[in-house]
Design a protein around this ligand. Sequence first.
Ligand SMILES: NC(=O)c1ccc[n+]([C@@H]2O[C@H](COP(=O)([O-])OP(=O)(O)OC[C@H]3O[C@@H](n4cnc5c(N)ncnc54)[C@H](OP(=O)(O)O)[C@@H]3O)[C@@H](O)[C@H]2O)c1
Length: 217
Amino acid sequence: MNIAIVGTGNVGRALATSFSRAGHRVVVTSRDPQHAGDLAATVAGATTAPSPRAAAEAADLVVLAIPFAGVADVARDLRSVVTGKPVVDVTNRMSFGANGPEMDTSTSNAEELATLLPEARVVKAFNTLFASNQTDPTVGGVRLDGFVAGDDADAKAAVLELVSSIGLNPVDVGPLVRARQLESLAFLNIALQVANNGGWQSGWKLVAAPVTVPAAA
Ligand SMILES: NC(=O)c1ccc[n+]([C@@H]2O[C@H](COP(=O)([O-])OP(=O)(O)OC[C@H]3O[C@@H](n4cnc5c(N)ncnc54)[C@H](OP(=O)(O)O)[C@@H]3O)[C@@H](O)[C@H]2O)c1
């Protein structure tokens, strides 16, 4: 698969590494070309593009690995070149208030992204995994789950296959509205780590999930 990754931080790097290792062709882009160049130099076969739009034009699938605060501008740049394509939202929704981490669960980042990209097929995935586990999805001998939510069956199937290809156990959790719960799952994991000064290795595994997804590799 030809995959465009917007963002070269923790998640951009982790997913570029996993995707490339699984045999996908990866193009990365950043606001700072130096960041994209540095990342591409360390990931086998990865290339760079000067903008999200340029990266997405030749891609089969686009991953937005940036803070949600930057998504509206990137979506404006991308909109005309992602018609019919899966656009994967990995963002999380929490903020830090006086009482620690907090979040608004009345909607989700993924649903908001879908309104910004109505011609694309927005899919929620990878957000429940810390970046370290996106690179290495087996923790304590357990293959972590890669939860996927989306409204378009074909786009969701493509992302479930992608999830499986990097060594995660793919779990189809239903329509895009389920992204609210996926963003909450990530919130809970992050809040636990923050509260306990953790090592950021914990990950979600749903035991005996119904099998509605392609078999894990
Ligand atoms: N870290 C995790 O373990 C983890 C796990 C799951 C999901 N997430 C989610 O994944 C997303 C990325 O997290 P991260 O940890 O990779 O963050 P990060 O290390 O801070 O990297 C953020 C990346 O986004 C770019 N960026 C920042 N602000 C931007 C803007 N306004 N417009 C366009 N690009 C912008 C940065 O680009 P420049 O190079 O141009 O500065 C950088 O490449 C976040 O939404 C986060 O909630 C994170």
